[in-house]
Design a protein around this ligand. Structure first.
Ligand code: FAD
Length: 372
């Protein structure tokens, strides 16, 4: 048990807040340090798959999420230019007991933050960590402005550009995948069935699904050599997005006409961290294993990490044994998912003969793969 034990978590994102509640449920005293002045201001959609839902249920938050979010019925793959269906996977029929939801990220963050605060967690905003140094006694944090602190056990849920990951593993060398993703939300004139639709073209695809607030979430991915930065807050010109998909069918072009100022995200491949823990510290979520978004598993893996890390520390102790049990339970699984996401882009972006063959293959697979 962790009753009265103290933990400091860096980052009030998905993994940090889930971990905070999970530790507090074991009786721990938890403080979360978040750089932003407010929580969850990024308005993107996120897909929560059955594995993520299991964690939310274990945290006692699944029912609330299910009550407010559209539950996915099917995934449709379509030809981007013609809009003709290639195949459809009916999730409700194939996996009736494994619900899958479309969620707005700010709603998920608000749910997790409420759950953490209800369990006694303190969330401190505007606390940007500028540097982390690992000593034999644990991490020393330097805040922006120069103040330092040695808070005992520190858990790094500080995302893609994690300071704790850097301190444990040295400088990572991500490389640009020659792919960019635009994200946008546009109004839906009328309610649509909760279906994820993937319009596939040569070297590009668009994913669309409905959100609870009457908006359509769009993620548009294009292969290109021009470099783009990696992050949630970078804006782009809507015309660039429209031109990139000008050969797509009228339905898709109609959505893109409504986009005012999309966010642009350069897609990079990062190695999975070699070391997930050190003296009095560990990393989780994107800090440990950033992934491309082509399996929609980044947030779901972040939730899995949070739950397993809290259980490992409660079971084995908050020392090397507990941290090693966590890394052993998580590293191989996350590496496999990251690799599967790397491969998925290729399946969506076929052209010429491979595309004809690939689409026929997808059709056949959907008939014989009852668990997809
Ligand atoms: P984050 O949620 O990024 O949280 C990190 C937190 O740490 C942030 O609040 C940040 O402000 C804070 N922080 C960072 N640095 C510091 C610092 N120095 N000091 C203090 N605080 C700091 N995943 C899915 O599962 N399903 C999807 O449908 C999906 N769609 C996606 C679409 C796109 C286009 C992209 C790019 C990603 C998508 N993901 C999806 C991935 C998912 O968003 C991430 O994997 C997930 O947010 C990781 O959670 P995390 O807690 O590790 O990091």
């Amino acid at each position: 048990m962790l009753v009265g034990r103290e933990f400091t978590i860096l980052g009030a994102g998905i993994s940090g807040l889930a971990l905070a509640r999970a530790l507090a449920m074991h009786g721990a005293r938890v403080t979360v340090l978040e750089q932003s002045p407010e929580l969850g201001e990024v308005g993107a959609g996120i897909q929560i798959s059955p594995n993520g839902m299991k964690v939310l249920d274990a945290l006692g938050l699944g029912t609330e999420l299910a009550a407010t979010s559209p539950r996915l019925k099917a995934v449709e793959l379509l030809n981007g230019e013609t809009g003709e269906p290639v195949t459809r996977l009916d999730m409700a029929m194939r996996r009736p007991n494994a619900p899958y939801y479309f969620v707005r990220r700010p709603e998920l963050i608000a749910l997790l933050a409420g759950g953490a605060r209800d369990a006694g967690v303190e969330i401190r905003l505007d606390q940007r960590i500028a540097a982390v140094e690992i000593t034999d006694d644990g991490p020393v944090l330097t805040f922006e402005g120069g103040a330092t602190s040695r808070p005992g056990t520190v858990l790094g849920a500080d995302g893609l550009h994690s300071k704790l990951r850097g301190a444990l593993n040295g400088e990572a060398k991500p490389f640009f995948t020659n792919q960019v993703a635009w994200r946008a939300m546009v109004p839906m004139p009328r309610a649509e069935p909760p279906v994820a639709r993937v319009f596939m073209g040569a070297k590009k695809h668009i994913v669309s699904y409905p959100l609870s607030n009457g908006m359509r979430n769009i993620v548009a991915v294009e292969e290109r050599s021009r470099w783009a930065e990696e992050g949630w807050h970078i804006r782009d010109d809507a015309m660039t997005l429209r031109v990139a998909f000008e050969e797509f069918c009228p339905e898709v072009r109609g959505w893109l006409e409504q986009v005012e100022e999309p966010y642009l995200w350069g897609l990079f491949r990062h190695p999975v961290a070699r070391r997930w823990f050190g003296p009095n510290c560990a990393i989780l979520g994107d800090a440990a294993h950033p992934t491309l978004p082509f399996l929609a598993q980044g947030a779901n893996m972040a939730l899995e990490d949070a739950w397993i890390l809290a259980q490992a520390l409660a079971l084995h102790g908050e020392d090397e044994v507990g941290f090693a049990a966590y890394q052993t339970a998580r590293r191989e699984r996350s590496s496999e998912i990251v690799e599967a996401a790397n491969k998925n882009a290729r399946n969506y972006h076929l052209s010429g003969l491979p595309r004809v063959v690939g689409h026929l293959g997808m059709r056949a697979l959907s008939k014989f793969a009852p668990d997809l």
